[in-house]
Write a protein that binds this ligand. Sequence first.
Ligand SMILES: [Zn+2]
Length: 708
Amino acid sequence: MFRYLACLCSNSDFDCFHSRRWMVVKLALFAGLMVASPVFGQQLPVSSPPATSAPELKVFDPSLIDATVDPCDNFYQFSCKGWFKRNPLPADQTSYGRFTELYELNRLHLKQILEDASSASGTRQPNEQKIGDEYASCMDVAAINQKGIAPLQPELDRIAALKTKQELPALLAHLQTIGVSAFFGMGAAQDFADSASVIETYYASGLGLPERDYYTRTDAKSVEQRQQYVAHVSKILELAGESEAQAAKDARTVLEIETRLAQASLTVTEQRDPQNLNHPTDVATLTKELPNFSLTAYIAADRAPSSGKVNDTEPKFFAAFNSLVAESSLDQIKAYLRWHLLHAFAGTSLPQAFDQENWNFYSHTLNGAEKEQERWKRCTSRVDYELGEALGQVYVSRYFPPEEKQRTLAMTLAIEQAMDKDIGSLDWMSAETKVRAKEKLHGVMNKIGYPDKWRDYSTLTIVRGDALGNQIRVQEFNHARDMAKIGKPVDKGEWEMTPPTVNAYYDPQQNNVNFPAGYLQPPFFSGKEDDAANYGDMGSTVGHELTHGFDDEGRQFDATGNLKNWWTKDDELKFTDRADCMVKQYDAIESVPGVHLNGKLTLGENLADLGGLWLAWLAWQDKAHAAHLDLTAKMDGYTPEQRFWIAYAQQWCTQTRQEDLRSRALTDPHAPDEYRTNAILQDLPEFAKSFSCKAPAKMVSPKPCRVW
Ligand SMILES: [Zn+2]
């Protein structure tokens, strides 16, 4: 399953970056309308939350402020320096901020739920058995080590048995079914032109490095990273039994094949334009375009229903793939498939030596982590990814009371109202486009906390003590679910994130905003704190997600989620002109020495940050005026307006390793948290007024950008 989403951040476990790239989204979730059917979601016993010794997290926290820093010079340091002092970067993290702080707390809660489920005596509910046994299987390192590579041997044998290239389509289809991302991907996705229907979608994939530019950049660091990658692939192949010489040769082949795939793929910036990914065709035409690879055999083995219409998201990539099949030897193809098979299972399903090498390259070499995360943390994340709605159901019952859902909904409605007013008052947009914009705004569906209908896992078998087998069965289950969607109407009640996720997203093809329960917690939202704090923090996120509907990508989709232009030519030019101001603003930022941010890649997120904070401010001002709030009354030394801005800034307090900052600058559509604070606030004169900042102070932009 593939989605085209705009996420709040890239800090938590949910891989927004890869979902944007049309890689297989790791979380395949369920759901739909509120149906009180016993078939959906076997209820787990609900118990009260265990006491934790973690410190209380606050939305506005005066103890995090360093008043020796001038707020007009560096508001991020002013708001966060106390937090930085208190929170040195943990050795097992590549970046640690308030999102991770909550993420770690949520993870402790999930651990408790999983330990309860795995040690429960007597008869367990089906979902309780699944989450408990999957957690126990992942934690049982001794059993995993003892089995060695044996559980994967049948799959290695299948690859070894490949006799001709004519057999490749069926083999590749099988490998993809069990979660191996070799060559390309195919799955169910919403039709860009008809948001009500789901069609077969083919997309570029097959890389072991994070994204295509890792293969094409020529700077010294990138050349070194590719050498380190070859060494890593070689090591993994050796662990699976290849001789040193053979593994080294195969690893070079892997890099060659992947480089050719990468060269033919769109860049991350090109992928931001949905028009670049919309190439409707049909199976017959695509079959003709791939003479070296039988699509008929592939589809038959992939158990995909033939719906007729398909989307070939990257025709240039598939042409290159077709040539690659002809020009590679059978041995080269087998080496490439072996690597991707091992790569898919190297995390928590294969013996420790694989796990260690996997961490060494992906977390340490590429992103600078100094210590591997504890096993329980990774196993908790694994169960959240595999069985997120079974686990999430218990999480919600313990940590997300119904009144929190109501409070978030009220805030969301207030911010939508503010956006309605704001669109009406824009001086650059014509009346005609305003009507369409409001139509889109009024069509937004608000999804808060968790799905109305829980996913049904009844056909999935989880066996205690079989970590690798479980991973395969989960992938097959997800694949079957995905294939079953093709040709059917879109289910807009489905969630792409699990309930405990510390993140949020806007889905442009469904025109809905999604706020998981895991995010609707302190330090982002608290029933104990006042509106100034909550609107500055959570309110800005609600505004952020809403603004995604109107950013450089989102604005190309209409109220029902169709990729259809609703702008007049003149308004489009004015929008682009205003957006260019932000492209230039972020292009000028040097994130790490020698690496600038990419203004075009981060445009959507930057527009959402600026628009979102502005909308939260408008909504809160309206509320404060209606309640005759005394705007001069200080609390903890700060006025309500000042606390609004500080709460906004404090959500972004984050420490990040240089390696991670570097790779994010190249790949992440989100700007680093420091700029999500300072660059955004520099564009808002209302902020400068609250702190009496005057030009030429750094926090006052001489030419502020403003779109929404
Ligand atoms: Zn976003």
